[in-house]
Structures are given as C-alpha cells and as structure tokens.
Design a protein around this ligand. Sequence first.
Ligand code: RB5
Length: 150
Amino acid sequence: MRIALGSDHAAYEAKAHIKQYLESSGNEVIDVGTHSIESCDYPDYAEKVSLAVQSGTVNRGVLICGTGLGMSMAANRYTGIRAALCHTEELASLSRLHNDSNILCLGARTQSLAMMEKILMIWLDTVWEGDRHARRVQKIDSNPRGQHAE
Ligand code: RB5
C-alpha cells in the first residue's frame, strides 16, 4: 500500500519507528513531516495527509500526535476523510469493517510502539464490509457541513 504518514513534534520519534515498520512490511511511505523535534502545529500535518488521501495519491494515511486527538479532529474536517483514533485492536478492526476509515490516528504519549504496530497491521489488513455500512458512510461523506436534510 502507498501510505501518507505525518506527525507533530510530540510523535516525531514514534513516526520514525512506524515509518520503518511500514516499509519493512512492504508498504511505500510518503513522509510529510514533521522532520525534527522542534515544536510545530499538528493541523499542518493533518492537512498534508488528508489532502493526499482525498486526492487519491495515496491509499491511506496515518497521523500521530501526542494523543491522536488533535490529529483526528483536524483530519475529519476534510471532505471524504474518515479518520479513526484507535487505542485497541478491536477499534482498528471495526473502524475498517464498519466505517471504512481511511486515516488511522495514534497517540505517541498514550500508546506503546508495540501496540501501535499491532493496531496498524490490523487496520491495514481489514477489508471494509460495505453492504449496510455503505449507506451510512455515504451519509457521512455527503454531509460535510453538518447540514441535516429536512
Ligand atoms: C502537543 O503538545 C500536543 O498537544 C499534540 O501532540 C496533541 O496531543 C494534540 O492533540
């Protein structure tokens, strides 16, 4: 798979580890930064990864910050992005099976590297079930401004 990977300073070291892990598992990684531990703003990297996923230049995206919270909030503002903050393997699996999540968010200060690897592999390997979930995902994607039909 071709995967866009981004982090802020809080997850710079975790990103380096995950990049190596993804590449050694046969994936192509587009590392959008950050490229140092200098303080930066996570929405800037959420934007780069979200736009790469949105445009189809990558298959999926991975975003890591201190908690994964800011990254998921920022990424989910982009149309067509379904970013899932997953802290368990079950959540990683369900976010794919039911929600067709296209960006995985992780927290470098709240999860171990070993748990991140497990979550990542399940998330990459799990195929969306479609069927009844297709209607629900379509409703998310067709309602980007939160305006509900009468
Ligand atoms: C940075 O200190 C921290 O706020 C950020 O990495 C992230 O956890 C935000 O949600």
